[in-house]
Design a binder for this molecule. Structure first.
Ligand code: B12
Length: 231
C-alpha cells in the first residue's frame, strides 16, 4: 500500500480505530513544539511529530454501580478497556508501518517513572490538542458527548496526518458534579486547583483496602457526563 496523502492516511487510521470499536479519534500535529515538555519517551517530537489519540467509552452500568469507592467490577473493566486500547494502537502502528513510516504506541495506562508516578506523556494533553475535549475541573479530558467516561491511548508517528481541527475551549460551566463526588475534596474551581496529592493518597488506600490492586477510584469519572445536549 502507498501513502496517498495526509487525508487518506488519516482516514485509514480513523477507520481502523472505528473497526476496533473506539468511540473517539483525533489527530494532532506537534511540529515546532519540541521544547514544550520533558516527555519520558524514547523518541523526540522532531522525529515523530504527528499523533493520533483514540478513546474508548466506558460502560454506563459499570460506572453507575460505583457508590463511594472502586469495585472489582470497575477494576476488571478498566483493565480490559486498557487492553483493547493498547491492541488498537498496535493495529494503527502496523498500518503506519505498512505505509513505510515509523510509529510509537503510547500505552493506555503504563507508569514509567514509579518515583514520580508518571507515564510516558499525557493522553489528556494529546486528546485536547486533537480536539477531543477540554481539561475539566476534575483534571480529566472531558468529551462533549461522553464526559470523562472515556479512556485514551495515543500513537506518535512521522507519517503526515490531517489534524482534527480546533481545540475545544474549556467548558465545565457551573457544573460541580465531580467536585461533589470526590471523596477527599481534591477538585476545585479549575484544573489548576486539582489536588493531586490528596487524590493519590486516597487511591493508595483504595488499592490496599478494597483488594483492588490498581490505583483507581472512578468517582470523578462517573460524575462527569459532558454536555447534556450532545449525549
Ligand atoms: C500516572 C497516572 C495517574 C497518577 C497521577 C499522575 C499525574 N501526575 O497526574 C494517579 C495514579 C494519581 C492517577 C489517578 C487517576 N487517573 Co490516571 N493516569 C496516569 C497516567 C498513566 C499517566 C499520567 C501522567 O503521567 N501525567 C503526568 C504528565 C505526563 O502529565 P502532565 O503533568 O499533565 O503534562 C504536562 C506536560 O508534561 C505536558 N505534556 C504532557 N504530555 C505531553 C505530550 C506532548 C506531545 C506535549 C507537547 C506536551 C505534553 O503538558 C502538560 C501540561 O503542561 C495516565 C495515562 C497517560 N499516559 O496519559 C492516566 C490517566 C490520566 N488517568 C486516568 C484516570 C481516569 C485516572 C483516575 C480517575 C483513576 C481511575 N482510573 O479511576 C484518577 C483521576 C485523577 C484525576 N482526576 O486527575 C485517565 C484519564 C481519562 C480522562 N478521561 O481524562 C488516563 C488518561 C488513563 C487513560 N488511558 O485514559 N493517574
Amino acid at each position: 500500500m502507498d501513502y496517498g496523502g495526509q487525508k487518506e492516511a488519516t482516514d485509514l487510521l480513523r477507520n481502523i480505530s472505528i473497526s476496533s470499536s473506539m468511540s473517539t479519534f483525533g489527530a494532532a500535529d506537534f511540529r515546532g513544539r519540541e521544547d514544550e515538555s520533558p516527555l519520558s519517551v524514547p523518541f523526540s517530537l522532531k522525529e515523530l511529530p504527528y499523533a493520533v489519540c483514540v478513546g474508548f467509552r466506558l460502560s454506563d452500568p459499570v460506572m453507575d454501580s460505583l457508590v463511594d469507592r472502586p469495585t472489582r467490577t470497575y477494576q476488571y473493566h478498566y483493565r480490559q478497556v486498557n487492553l483493547l486500547i493498547d491492541q488498537t494502537l498496535l493495529r494503527l502502528m502496523a498500518a503506519v508501518h505498512e505505509l513505510g513510516f515509523r510509529a510509537f504506541p503510547v500505552p493506555s495506562s503504563q507508569i514509567v517513572d514509579w518515583d514520580r508516578n508518571t507515564g510516558h506523556l499525557s493522553h489528556r494533553f494529546v486528546g485536547k490538542e486533537a480536539g477531543l475535549g477540554w481539561i475539566g475541573k476534575n483534571n480529566l479530558l472531558v468529551s462533549p458527548r461522553h464526559g470523562a467516561r472515556v479512556r485514551y491511548g495515543s500513537l506518535f508517528t512521522d507519517m503526515p496526518l490531517e489534524t482534527s481541527g480546533a481545540v475545544i475551549p474549556e467548558d465545565c460551566g457551573d457544573c460541580q458534579c465531580c467536585a461533589e463526588a470526590c471523596p477527599v475534596g481534591a477538585i476545585g474551581a479549575s484544573p489548576g486547583d486539582f489536588d493531586l496529592q490528596k487524590c493519590t493518597e486516597m487511591l493508595k488506600v483504595f488499592k490496599r483496602t478494597e483488594n483492588i490492586g490498581s490505583m483507581i477510584c472512578g468517582l470523578c469519572v462517573k460524575a462527569c457526563r459532558g454536555r447534556p445536549q450532545q449525549r
